[in-house]
Design a protein around this ligand. Structure first.
Ligand code: SAH
Ligand code: DHB
Ligand code: MG
Length: 239
């Protein structure tokens, strides 16, 4: 430790840490993921179209795929499509007659996602609805949509608690709800934060603490996407 300049030292240690997480993520994906032209093309097309590089990492995508397989999911709901990278991972876990509904507010992102999903040969299993997720969820409930076997919450972070409550309503006993980006560099500990995204992750954990209808844990993660985490929840009793 450089006692003259502890702050700089700490920051360079963090950078070294991030490089190591990224290298280990690559080590894992090189061994455990098979090369996948449709997923590679989806990332390429998303980057070319100027979409932000915030999709789940390949190793996280595989986790979503495995969770859906373990769950035997036949119906999946996703909030936040972006370019369809996580959508493709999840839809690949479905049986031929399974269905995935994904919600995206940005029509430009949705257009890119549609192409990527079609390119992966999954257009028959995936429906994409464009618009604010809260509106789509209310609409879905009014249509008597669901219940879904697995729900992936990955849209805007300030509304996570509201999304989770809708997810609980669109669930059955045994549904699985995965919520992304709930740690955000540990910012969820910042009790004084006024950032609506941080408030979202904190309100979410307060909600879970008082919610006996779900059994949940939050797992911290490091890797390609830095330091973050996700919540895994099993629905014991739908809302
Ligand atoms: N699930 C994607 C990443 C999603 S990024 C993947 O891992 O590949 C978050 C997405 O949520 C962005 O595309 C953003 O446009 C979308 N989003 C933000 N606010 C939203 C809202 N109110 N309703 C629906 N989607 C929203
Ligand atoms: C952001 C969104 C995500 O879903 C994610 O995994 C990382 C970052 C974002 O909006 O910045
Ligand atoms: Mg995310």
């Amino acid at each position: 430790m450089d006692l003259e300049n502890p702050v700089t030292e700490q920051m360079s240690e963090e950078r070294a840490g991030e490089q190591l997480w990224t290298a280990v993520d690559r080590y894992i994906s090189e061994r455990l993921l098979v090369s996948d032209p449709a997923l590679d093309a989806a990332l390429q097309a998303s980057a070319s179209a100027g979409l932000p590089a915030i999709a789940v990492s390949p190793n996280q995508g595989k986790l979503l795929y495995l969770l859906a397989r373990i769950q035997g999911a036949r119906s999946i709901l996703e909030l936040g499509t972006l370019g369809g990278f996580s959508t493709i991972w999840l839809a690949r876990a479905l049986p031929a007659d399974g269905a995935l509904l994904t919600l995206e507010v940005d029509p430009r992102y949705a257009e890119v996602a549609r192409e990527n999903i079609a390119g992966a040969g999954l257009a028959d299993r995936v429906e994409l609805r464009v618009g604010p997720a809260l509106d789509a969820l209310a609409q879905l409930d009014a249509e008597n949509g669901g219940p879904f076997d697995l729900i992936f919450i990955d849209a805007d972070k300030q509304s996570i608690p509201e999304y989770f409550q809708w997810a609980l309503k669109l669930s059955r006993r045994g549904s699985v709800i995965v919520t992304d980006n709930v740690i955000r560099d540990g910012s969820l500990l910042d009790a004084g934060s006024e950032d609506p995204r941080v408030l979202g992750t904190r309100r979410f954990h307060d909600l879970l603490a008082g919610e006996s209808r779900v059994n949940a844990t939050t797992i911290q993660t490091v890797g390609l996407k830095g330091y973050d985490g996700f919540t895994l929840a099993l629905v014991e009793e739908p809302a």
